[in-house]
Design a protein around this ligand. Sequence first.
Ligand code: GSH
Length: 209
Amino acid sequence: MVLKLHGAPYSTCTQRVLLVCKELNLQYEFVNVNIQTGEQKDPAYMKNQPFGQVPFIDDDGFILFESRAIARYLAQKHGSSLIPVTDLKKVALFEQAASIEQADFDPYAYGYALEKIFNPAMGLQPNDAFTEQLKGTLEKKLQGYEAIFAKQKYLAGDEITLADLFHLPYGVLITNALKFTGLTDSPNIARWWKDITARPSWQAVGNGA
Ligand SMILES: N[C@@H](CCC(=O)N[C@@H](CS)C(=O)NCC(=O)O)C(=O)O
């Protein structure tokens, strides 16, 4: 049975999985979940995603949620070099890179987007002091990225991995919608960012495929 991806096309977490489906050239059926009307909170939906969020996959009856876990599962299942599995040191460097994204990038990029995009869309006022703090912390964290990219092409070494791709949905959102310059104004980060945003997989997802 073809892989089913339950998600919302413009949700960043769904995009993270779509991107990997495109990278791997997978056949999949997209099952649209209307998060505007709260379909993700239906009890039937929550049997598959107990937190009432998108996305989840149904791979021939195997249900999996959490966008990064789905990406890792699909990449490993299809033997992709986007996730190293045999060389212990490469695996460790990949885990380091994946942790950087989740600890040093996502909380601040997501928080910034929440305060300035998602909350205002629901009629909530952004907390300006908190927003500045999130943005400032993200800029500071990116100095660490600049130091890493002065020595290597990608976050886990000289080969691209899922850890790089995981940055795309929120990185592009804050760059485009909030004119955040942290991913484009330092030479080595800018080189990395240009490289990963130009990938055909992201071009397809960013254009709504
Ligand atoms: N850590 C989860 C986060 C999932 C998540 O936050 N999904 C958002 C869309 S990006 C969502 O479903 N929002 C609607 C809601 O929470 O009701 C993942 O990566 O899959």
